[in-house]
Design a protein around this ligand. Sequence first.
Ligand code: PXP
Length: 268
Amino acid sequence: MEELNSKTKSKSFESKRVFTLDMRLSVNVDHVASLREARKAKEPDPVHAAVLAKLGGADGITVHLRKDRRHIKERDVRLMKEVVQLPLTVEMGLFDDILEFVLEVVPYKVTLVPERVEEVTTEGGMDLSDKNLRESVIKFSSVLKGKGVRVGVFIDPEKRMVDYALDCGLSFVEINTTAYSRNPSDEDELRKIKEVARYAFEKGLEVMAGHALNIHNVSSIAQILEIDELSIGHSIVSRSIFLGFEKAVQEMKEKMIRSRLLALLNSV
Ligand code: PXP
């Protein structure tokens, strides 16, 4: 493996990073909570799902604490941090009350996302070309960074959004994969993600990607060596109904690693 690693260094970034098989999977358990909230019951418990995700090989857990608390609640986030002991990422909109709570829990990472109450799911990346929005992002991220939290932002695959993220002093970007996921044979969408991932990587940012990825479309994204981590929720929760949670996570992680191996072997 050592030899494989040394041969697959990024040419333009040689001293800084080595590409490896490791691509982290952070499992988003929001929709386990959605099912619970459909009945306002106690089950299924997203904390239980997070534990099974860990057994299935997840490298992290992600939750989106929404303003309307439609799925994940404060109790879930607290327990997830205490019990599961995997790096916890909280997705959040720019809301002061959520910030206050997140500062109390101190997750490993926070991904800032645009959030509209009426939306069914996150609709797109944050438009950091808006100066007021950038000022809010800087305000939120500096408070969070003060507590040792890594802060990043969800962006559409555009290089200028990476530049704005750098201006805001963020540690990572998560590239929105929705357009690609809707039409995985659209080479243009895949190319955009590849170019932005490489650009962000070369600028020294940690690169994540996610939204609407599933077992059928994840392979091309997992082959982008500049991407460190994928955030996947809905499709894993959906498949877990038929396969079991642990198995659904394991299946996704295996697919990612197999795709990654292919990309590494093709790059030497
Ligand atoms: N990334 C972000 C920023 C999201 O808002 C979501 C959905 O909560 C995801 C990734 C995961 O998307 P999906 O549930 O479609 O896998």
